[in-house]
Design a protein around this ligand. Structure first.
Ligand SMILES: CC(C)(COP(=O)(O)OP(=O)(O)OC[C@H]1O[C@@H](n2cnc3c(N)ncnc32)[C@H](O)[C@@H]1OP(=O)(O)O)[C@@H](O)C(=O)NCCC(=O)NCCS
Length: 584
């Protein structure tokens, strides 16, 4: 008999039977772990609840068993907790010596398991369930009380066979399928089905196994996303540019932009690509690994938009219902990829009709942005320009300041002026890009990147700005001015000149963006002086998998409040103590 301490994880009703089973088998249970604050400090059949599951890593060398009835939760705990899993078999269960039983599995009183059968890990063979000869039962399965498997049945991982249900000999029940109480499966059932009745018929899809708990709502989601084909693709995949040929987009959607962002900020550049008949959807993303300190399984991750406005793009954005279906498919795919949460930066011009998906998600307005309609005449643009801006522009012109666009011999001057400006205004370190970033940006964006410099009458660069241009949209990216000239506000002449240049070169809109951190600050006021047109910069936060999310939040020692988290300034909360440069 083992001398190691024995711990049970979970303190609910199922745990009561697990503890009773262990005790009946002559084992002493030393303690119980549970994350529910109401259960901590209680006890189960005289065994004290000694702490939350986070405590497991501190227990050292002990044996443990997970006493949680829900298959998905049990699998998540097993994936994320490193303990020596033991097996609990009630002395009044009849298990043929030939039967192989995986670690973490429990067999309750009255259960019968016949020869030739193999039972996987962390599986529950509940009270009075019978498993006939030569069956194969997977991991994280639950055979509920009084359920019966005929000979030669195979049960996929994570499947649930309800109370009193039966499976005829040699049938197969797919992974994560739910067979309702009292049902009789007379045919094979494919993975992720929900089947009920005699004979069992499929009534839905078990998308709860994807991590969301509301079966009713998810059932609808599953039906409408069924025909959508989706995949995550890398920047070299021709489908990425292929989509962009047909959809309204911006520079932030280019694979080269996402790749260069990841090169400097970390993470893996990828895009969600989906087809629904002739229609397509693309979402540029960064896949970020979770900090080691969170001790998450290596394949869990978070998905975030790279900096800028790289929200989802669609071939038919006016079909808002279809766009929402694409997003629902995205969440299912993100879950398969291991994502816990998603943070999307939406495009103020392209994503103005964004509708949040069915999952636990939110839409947050970060702040206003300014845009100049380049289809207007230059005179109309001038009339919208604030009089103090007009005055400064005319003064610079009188003083013989000029502008030059795309003279890349001035790039080093621009970088110097940008850096000077960032240190003058005390900008956050996130904005102090290294020289290599500028080089890589130029190499990656090529003709999509524009440099405009203001030249003083003495022939010296007085201000400079980097602009991006793609698919008719010009964006104001970064700018700076020389220490000596900045009191003359040369950036005003730069923006004035750039709007005329952009119009001449066929751009239809010049988006100046908003203030720092989307505030209505002096930067916003400066931009607002060029145009009356306003847009909204919005972000969307999504909890992809509630159980993974909960586990990470609890691991960080924070209270679990997904609804509150979605409204908070910082998301996801479990990364708050680590840096996040992605919030705008
Ligand atoms: C199959 C099951 C998981 C479905 O749960 P659900 O998604 O919440 O489904 P609902 O209760 O909303 O029922 C959906 C429909 O299926 C029917 N249905 C549900 N369970 C059924 C069952 N076991 N047999 C026959 N019909 C069933 C409902 O009547 C309802 O039909 P309707 O739409 O015509 O009104 C659940 O009913 C079940 O059988 N669970 C077994 C529980 C069990 O064995 N527990 C043991 C723990 S130890």
């Amino acid at each position: 008999m083992s001398k190691r301490r024995l711990i049970v994880i979970g303190a609910g009703g199922h745990a009561k039977v697990v503890v009773a089973t262990l005790q009946a088998a002559g084992r002493t249970v030393d303690g119980i772990l549970d994350d529910s604050p109401t259960l901590v400090q209680g006890s189960v059949l005289g065994v004290p609840v000694i702490g939350s599951t986070a405590y497991a890593s501190k227990l050292g060398d002990c044996e443990a068993i997970i006493a949680v009835g829900d298959n998905k939760t049990r699998s998540l705990i097993a994936e994320t907790t490193k303990l020596n899993w033991t097996v609990a078999v009630h002395p009044r269960a009849v298990v043929h010596p030939d039967v192989r039983i995986g670690t973490g599995t429990v067999v309750f009183a009255g259960a019968v398991i016949q020869p030739g059968t193999g039972i996987g890990a962390h599986t529950i063979i509940n009270t009075g369930a019978t498993v006939d000869h030569d069956c194969t039962v997977g991991d994280f399965v639950h055979l509920a009380p009084g359920s019966h498997l005929g000979g030669g049945v195979t049960i996929g991982n994570g499947a649930f066979v309800g109370i009193g249900a039966a499976v005829l000999p040699n049938r197969h029940i797919g992974e994560w399928t739910v067979l309702g109480g009292g049902a009789v499966a007379i045919r094979d059932l494919c993975s992720l089905s929900i089947a009920v009745g005699v004979p069992a018929t499929i009534i839905g899809r078990n998308t709860a196994a994807y991590g969301n708990d509301s079966l009713g709502e998810q059932h609808n989601v599953a039906q409408h996303i069924h025909r959508i084909k989706s995949i995550f693709i890398g920047p070299d995949d021709p489908r990425w540019y292929g989509v962009l040929k047909h959809v309204a987009h911006d520079v932030y959607h280019l694979p080269s932009y996402v790749a260069v962002w990841c090169k400097h900020q970390g993470g893996q550049a990828l895009a969600f690509y989906a087809e629904d008949g002739d229609e397509v959807c693309l979402i540029p993303l960064v896949r970020r690994q979770l900090p080691v300190k969170l001790e998450a399984p290596h394949w869990w991750c978070d998905l975030v938009s790279p900096y800028g406005y790289p929200g989802p793009v669609y071939s038919r954005p006016e079909d808002t219902e279809r766009s929402k279906r694409f997003l629902d498919a995205f969440i299912v795919a993100a879950n398969d990829l291991g994502a816990c949460s998603v943070f999307l930066r939406l495009h103020p011009l392209i994503n103005d009709e964004f509708r949040v998906p069915a999952a636990l998600s939110s839409l947050t307005t970060q702040g206003a942005t300014v845009a100049i309609d380049l289809t207007q005449t230059p005179e109309a643009m001038w009339r919208q320009t604030r009089s103090s801006h007009q005055y400064d522009i005319r003064r610079l012109e009188r003083l013989k300041f000029t502008t030059v666009t795309n003279d890349w011999s001035l790039y080093a001057d621009f970088i110097r002026m940008y850096r000077q400006t960032m240190s003058r205004i005390g900008a956050a370190p996130d904005y102090c890009f290294p020289s290599q970033y500028f080089m890589d940006l130029k190499a990656a964006l090529g003709d999509n990147l524009h440099l405009c410099c203001v030249i003083s009458p003495e022939g010296r660069p007085a201000a400079g700005g980097l602009f991006t241009g793609a698919a008719g949209i010009m964006q104001y990216h970064l700018s700076g001015s020389d220490e000596e000239y900045h009191r003359l506000a040369p950036s005003k002449l730069m923006l004035h000149s750039m709007r005329l240049w952009a119009k001449q070169h066929g751009f239809t809109i010049f988006h100046l963006g908003g203030g720092v951190g989307s505030q209505q600050d002096s930067l916003f006021q400066f931009k607002a002086g060029f145009s009356d047109e306003r847009h909204e910069f919005q972000t969307s936060r999504i909890v992809v998998n509630e159980r993974r999310y909960a586990m990470l939040v609890l691991r960080t020692g924070l209270p679990l409040d997904p609804d509150g988290d979605l409204k908070a300034r910082y998301f996801p909360p479990y990364l708050k103590e680590f840096q996040n440069t992605f919030l705008g």
